[in-house]
Design a binder for this molecule. Structure first.
Ligand code: ADP
Ligand code: MG
Length: 682
């Protein structure tokens, strides 16, 4: 393997001939930061300029190629009059017309008496064949007589420049040893990575998504992302820890006191977690389950077991309110011998000092809080487990940091209420072990979902009046207007004023600017049924549990993806009552919108909905994915390439089981810019 070459591929754009600071900056603006990124700048179409004709046979309005001899310049030097060059072959004359071009340039590309090849769109004007502002001109016929790729242009960069720099890269591809096993290579007819890249850029191969070269490159991309995750998982699992030894008495006592029976999936997840706690290797596990599937109780039981083995537990929630809710739940569930605390950020300086001392003295068994828990000044005596609720906003790197935080003896349990399509599981969560709760508590009735035009607001209000009379409560989610938080805010205030007139003293308002104390006050009053309607922007807390609320109205529903709507809808339907979700729309639904709504009306399974969502919107847009910092694929498509995702997963498992040395794959990881993650965890 030629190492210099290898570096060349990843290196600075400025290494390329013809790329100066200006073009480099233009490319960088488009997210093309190095030579490797340019490999995925693919032609959109091409123009075949390989056929030449004589001047007399030129066809008007077609793009054609002709070899001619310039014989006369005309440079009028009057504004707005074009410069012209008369050229000829043995059959006639062709005039090249230049607007905004300098004489010097024209003389250089079209020297009198030299044979030049020109390609361009031909017109006919005052009895003469003309080509205006020809861009493809050269004394070297071969340079013009070929297929010319056309790229979607970056402002300031011409087709010519793209053709030149990309050809330059393709001519200098490094010679890399094959990294895949023979079986995998066979799947793609043994085409090498280099040749695949070269094929990828051939204009006649545009759109050949099922050819071997394309599939190989897709596979490489998927595989490299899986491999990094697998390496992280392996590394974490190698970390030795002090086993947690506990009996299940405490856990079972609480289970027997619950007013419900755990679902099979909850029980299974708990067993998996307990097994990890018992093991001498560090746990790094994700508990994935739809909204309302009952993850909290599972995590609290695991926390209890950990405490009973003599360790402390930290429970991190995304918001204060949620942290407090979990804290209150634990207070109700656990016996008095378990010492609990809440580390809230508003108590930053006062209580915290005491709490901090109690934590380091091992006087607190279980502490709840937001990310404030992970400040460096928060120290534990014997931290054995970190639980992180609603973690879908974290990317792999952040998760890695979290797992390091508590030290080697500290197990990590992450929880996410964002079901994702099966094909993406390895991509997004492949660095963790997974427990999945698919089954909903039996008592749950699916939320009835309606769609309503804004013009039917009166019907909606009538419905709400009836629900409130029956002692029910309502969430009213105001339109999300991403461009402006101010407008979000204003629209929520306006809706609050509007509803307050109809339901005096029964409406509360929450928005992004409500301060934390007030927020808590409002939510508590809502929980105590002092308010009947809670108007809010989408900031209302994820995961918060209001069993008495059974109606949710979502305005401007088309602004949300269906997974998001499903999440919002999950705020209701937690109690025993029949719940309703009303999706409001400003105007008649498009066909696509109707499809989305039907999926929601017909399914109440977040996993299923996420699959459908991906089919409709593509994987890049599904909930939380874009913000998660996870790299999006350049070629791979989880829908069309689902077979390759499966093969990659199998191959990764094989490599794991065979305990195969992965040094072969180093160039692959380096190419795909994933090597740094591996190094990070070394
Ligand atoms: P999530 O998985 O979204 O975090 P929660 O843990 O908040 O869900 O649970 C939602 C509600 O369901 C809570 O009120 C909880 O007490 C209740 N719950 C949990 N498990 C069960 C079960 N097996 N049967 C009935 N209700 C349950
Ligand atoms: Mg939750």
């Amino acid at each position: 393997m030629n190492n210099n070459n290898h570096n060349y591929l990843l290196s600075d754009l400025s290494k390329l001939k013809g790329v100066g600071k200006k073009i480099e900056n233009l490319l960088k603006k488009k997210g093309i930061n190095n030579i490797f990124d340019l490999l995925w700048k693919l032609p959109k179409s091409y123009t075949d300029r390989s056929f030449t004709s004589k001047i007399k046979d030129l066809k008007i309005s077609d793009t054609q190629t002709v070899s001619v001899t310039p014989y006369k310049y005309s440079f009028p030097r009057i504004r707005n009059l074009p410069n012209k060059v008369l050229c000829k072959d043995e059959t006639g004359d062709l005039e090249c017309v230049f607007f905004n071009s300098y004489e010097g340039y024209i003389k250089k590309i079209l020297p009198i008496g030299k044979l030049v090849t020109i390609s361009g769109k031909v017109s006919h004007f005052r009895n003469k064949y003309q080509i205006t502002n020809p861009k493809y001109v050269s004394e070297n016929e071969e340079l013009i007589k070929s297929k010319h790729n056309e790229y979607s242009l970056t402002e300031g960069i011409t087709q010519n420049i793209y053709n030149k720099i990309i050809n330059q890269i393709l001519a200098n591809l490094p010679n890399l040893n094959e990294w895949h096993s023979a079986n995998i290579c066979k799947l793609f007819k043994n085409i090498s990575w280099n040749n695949a890249i070269i094929e990828l850029h051939k204009p006649e191969n545009i759109g050949k998504y099922s050819s071997d070269f394309y599939k190989r490159l897709v596979f490489d991309e998927i595989f490299s992302s899986f491999l990094v995750n697998s390496e992280i998982r392996k590394k974490i699992k190698k970390i030795k820890k002090q086993k947690k030894i506990f009996n299940l008495k405490g856990q079972n006592k609480i289970i027997s006191k619950l007013e419900f029976k755990l679902t099979n999936d909850q029980t299974k997840a708990l067993i998996e977690i307990n097994k990890d706690l018992n093991s001498p290797n560090k746990m790094f596990r994700l508990l994935q389950g739809d909204v309302g599937s009952g993850k909290t109780i599972v995590s609290l039981l695991a926390a209890l077991n950990c405490i009973n083995s003599g360790f402390q537990v930290a429970f991190m929630a995304p918001t204060e309110i949620l942290a407090r809710q979990h804290y209150n739940l634990a207070k109700n569930l656990f016996s008095k011998n378990i010492s609990l605390d809440l580390l809230s950020s508003k108590s930053e300086n006062k209580i915290k000092k005491e709490t901090l001392k109690r934590l380091i003295d091992n006087k607190i068994d279980l502490v709840f809080g937001t990310h404030a828990i992970f400040q460096t000044k928060v120290k534990f005596k014997k931290l054995g487990l970190v639980i992180i609720d609603e973690q879908h906003k974290f990317g792999v790197n952040q998760r890695k940091k979290l797992s390091d935080k508590g030290g080697d003896n500290c197990d990590v349990l992450l929880m996410s209420a964002t079901p994702i399509p099966r094909t993406l599981t390895m991509t997004i969560y492949g660095d963790m072990d997974l427990s999945i709760i698919r089954e909903k508590p039996k008592s749950r009735k699916p939320v009835i979902t309606y769609s309503k035009l804004d013009s039917k607001l009166d019907d909606v209000l009538k419905f709400i009046k009836k629900e409130i009379k029956n002692d029910n409560q309502v969430f009213w989610v105001c339109p999300l207007i991403e461009e402006s938080k101010k407008i979000d805010h204003a629209s929520a205030v306006a809706k609050y004023n509007f509803l307050s007139k109809i339901f005096p003293n029964q409406v509360a308002l929450l928005h992004g600017k409500t301060d934390i104390d007030e927020k808590e006050l409002i939510l508590n009053k809502f929980l105590n049924k002092e308010y009947k309607i809670l108007v809010s922007t989408t900031v209302i807390e994820v995961g918060i549990d209001f069993p008495n609320a059974n109606v949710i109205v979502i305005e401007n529903s088309n602004k949300f993806g269906i997974s998001q709507l499903h999440q919002l809808r999950g705020r209701v339907g937690r109690g025993h009552k029949q719940s309703t979700c009303i999706l409001m729309f400003k105007s008649n639904l498009s066909e696509n919108a109707k499809k989305r709504i039907n999926i929601l009306k017909n399914s109440y399974d977040g996993f299923e909905i996420s699959e459908e969502d991906m089919k409709l919107r593509g994987y890049g847009d599904i909930l939380g994915f874009k913000q998660s910092g996870i790299k999006t694929f350049k070629l791979a498509d989880p829908i069309h390439n689902s077979d390759l995702f499966k093969i990659a997963e199998k191959e990764i498992k094989r490599i794991e089981n065979d305990n195969e040395d992965i040094s072969n794959f180093k160039p692959l990881l380096k190419l795909y810019d994933r090597a740094d993650i591996i190094n990070d965890i070394a």
